[in-house]
Design a protein around this ligand. Structure first.
Ligand code: PMP
Length: 291
């Protein structure tokens, strides 16, 4: 089935081939992306995704193609035109199209692509049973805080995990656990939630930020500090966060069972808080008629 596609200011479908071969996103990976979730046709945490995208564009000097109200209007129309109620929207903004040279022209017209996709979010059983991880060296570049489309290292590492019978890879650098191949990573130790601090080694995940805020509000202690890979044998719970997985328990890492092997109390509490937060955020976004 063809999905609804927004391309450079107009709506079409993914059946149309829209990109030129000299688009810099294609040639150089000179592009950023976002993925947000919609549920019952309501966008979730859309303002957070917009803010991260804008910050990233400024960091890599790609001109933003929209202001906040235009962004919200485009995403609202994209969801309205979509045939299904639940899914994700993938957005990509490249620097634009130009003759292939490393030196990019100033002020290129960015290429903007956004399309909706149906998505099966984890059901109750998956959210209870969790996922298995393996560790692997972090081979990515040194600006992982920017959501660039250069995902080769992530893709190869995730494939390694899949071949090992795991669901996600945990990227380790200098003995420190950075994050998942497409998720942020948290552990729980003695009732305290620990996750890598925000810096150039990790993506500032939208759900990461939400989970931390929810934990703080609930009076759960949070420590944002690097986690040594050696510490993983001493933890009580572990979970990952992402737009598509929400808060997802980790049952084992490299075959080593975490805690008792069943979903921990802190993890399941944060799952419930995040579910409620998604509903509340979608309602606020709708009411403000932003989307
Ligand atoms: N880290 C990486 C490397 C990711 O690719 C993702 C998902 N895109 C995340 C973390 C989670 O981010 P979010 O919660 O915004 O989906």
């Amino acid at each position: 089935m063809n999905d609804v596609l927004y391309f450079n200011g107009r709506f079409t479908t993914t059946a149309e081939r829209v990109l030129g071969v000299e688009d810099r996103g294609f040639q150089f990976g000179d592009a950023l992306y976002e993925v947000f979730k919609f549920s019952g046709r309501k966008a979730i945490f859309l303002a957070d995704h917009y803010r991260r995208l804008e910050r990233g564009l400024a960091e890599v000097e790609i001109r933003s193609p929209w202001d906040e109200s235009r962004f919200f209007a485009v995403m609202r129309e994209l969801i309205e035109r979509t045939a299904f109620d639940d899914g994700i929207v993938y957005i990509q903004i490249s620097r634009g199209e130009a003759e292939r040279k490393h030196f990019f022209p100033e002020n290129l017209e960015p290429t903007v692509v956004a399309y909706s996709r149906a998505f099966q979010f984890p059901d109750a059983a998956k959210k209870e049973n969790g996922i298995r991880l393996i560790t692997a060296p972090d081979l990515r570049w040194k600006r992982c805080d920017v959501k660039s489309v250069n995902l080769l290292a992530n893709a190869l590492s995730k494939k390694k995990a899949q071949r090992a019978g795991a669901d996600e890879v945990l990227l380790v650098d200098d003995g420190i656990v950075r994050e998942g191949g497409s998720s942020n990573f948290f552990v729980v130790r003695d009732g305290e939630v620990i996750t890598h601090p925000l810096d150039e080694h990790i993506l500032p995940g939208v759900v990461r930020g939400r989970a931390i805020g929810l934990a703080e509000q609930a009076g759960i202690r949070i420590d944002q500090r690097p986690i040594a890979v050696d510490e993983l044998i001493e933890i009580d719970e572990a979970f990952i966060t992402s737009t598509t997985m929400g808060v997802m328990p980790v049952s084992a890492i490299d075959g080593h069972v975490i805690g008792t092997g069943v979903r921990g109390a802190v993890t399941s509490r944060l799952q419930r808080l995040l579910d409620a937060d998604e509903v509340a955020d979608a309602a606020v976004t709708q009411a403000s008629s932003a989307v």
